[in-house]
Design a protein around this ligand. Structure first.
Ligand SMILES: [Zn+2]
Length: 180
């Protein structure tokens, strides 16, 4: 296992659409192990292969309560697809690839996601609230979309100005929200 470097906005690789995995071999399995390790170290609750510069449709998530040990709820999903979406929720999202910014994003409140596991099993994940938001956020990464792309232009411009200012000052602001 190895930690991978998390790419940050505006790295152009974050805008690339990832390709479907057509063979779940050792390479994909070790990519998933690296993604999980990198997500826990960040720390974050979700990470897509796109965020470490790998153009394959693989995501990991661990949305757990504070009193739960890491790992028990770890989801390793290959070729995830949203099969059903229902309702609407607005969640304050933050992203490991967009340091220092959180913003309210509108998503489906409940989703059903179909995917494959590293053990080559087909699975369905039914999710609500944070897990539903996280799944949609990570699948967006695989499509080359950041949560910034779901904000209004005004908010995006404000963010860019703020980020440039922080960079001039040589620092980044922190975030209290779970990062995806
Ligand atoms: Zn993200």
């Amino acid at each position: 296992m190895a930690l991978r470097q998390i790419l940050e906005y505006p790295n152009p690789l974050l805008k690339k659409r990832a390709a479907a995995v057509d063979n779940i071999g050792g390479e994909v399995v070790s990519l998933i192990e690296d993604l999980a390790e990198t997500m826990y170290a960040a720390p974050g609750v979700g990470l897509a292969a796109t965020q470490v510069g790998v153009g394959q449709r693989v995501i990991v998530l661990d949305v757990r309560r504070e009193d739960e040990a890491p790992g028990k709820r770890l989801l390793k999903l290959i070729n995830p697809e949203v099969a059903e979406r229902e309702g609407e929720v607005v969640w304050e999202e933050g992203c490991l690839s967009v340091p220092g910014l959180t913003a309210p994003v509108k998503r489906a409140r409940r989703v059903l996601v179909r995917a494959w596991t590293p053990e080559e099993r087909e699975v369905e994940v039914e999710a609500e609230e944070l897990l539903a938001v996280a799944l949609q956020h990570e699948i967006d990464h695989l499509d080359g979309r950041l949560f910034l792309d779901r904000l209004s232009r005004l908010k995006r411009d404000l963010y860019r100005a703020r980020q440039r200012k922080l960079e001039r000052q040589g620092r980044k602001s922190g975030s209290a929200h779970p990062l995806l």
